[in-house]
Design a protein around this ligand. Sequence first.
Ligand code: ADP
Ligand code: MG
Length: 237
Amino acid sequence: SSETDAYMKKHEITVRGDNVPHPFMNYGSTRFPSTILSEFESAGFSSPSPIQAQSWPIALQGRDIVAVAKTGSGKTLGYLVPGFAHIHKYRDGDSFGTKVLVIAPTRELATQIQTEAKKFGKSSSISSTCVYGGADKGPQLRAIQKGVDIIIATPGRLNDFLKSGKLSLAQVSYVVLDEADRMLDMGFEPQIRAIFSELPAERQTLMFTATWPKEVRKMAGDMLHTPVQVNIGNTDD
Ligand code: ADP
Ligand code: MG
């Protein structure tokens, strides 16, 4: 519609892919549970940010996404909230285990993501834990073994756990690479590839990045399945 076109133009949203759904210009059109909507309200968030508005309907269709948007644009909730919906699809079934894996470059970032997951996932009783290097392994393993909906991990420590057989990702079906560009800059590509070799082929994969250089394009080509691409603003592609 012309309203959608005007919204996309105003917020510099460009998409690439077949039959890309329209952005959710307001919370009402998301049909998220009222519990989550009330979290946005109490956070004082009056409308979805552009990357959220466009990523949410695509992610909710179960499709792979590449989302390119600058720092501070709200990418975390862009992938977490559809992740909550993904978890809820399994809630009444007899399938157990961690369904959502978020891979992020640093301990600080992993911790921030968990803070956001706790705050916005609390009312939908979403559990999460962090896995990162430079800290004892025991407490992290015990937290995982208790069973959590979301694991937020840095590549090195996650790969260590996988190699030692202490962790299985067999039930994971929603995988996020956050700050993909930064992870590649930091040299994490081998660990990320090793982790992906342990992931179920039947999965949804979402890549969030602030920039879109050729190394990131290459990884997206190797790890995502016909992704829809969303760009906000001028992100040189
Ligand atoms: P990015 O990952 O793109 O750098 P973040 O996800 O860290 O951005 O979000 C940046 C800040 O914006 C955070 O403080 C977050 O809580 C806030 N934020 C996220 N979504 C919204 C929204 N819809 N409205 C207002 N603020 C938001
Ligand atoms: Mg971020």
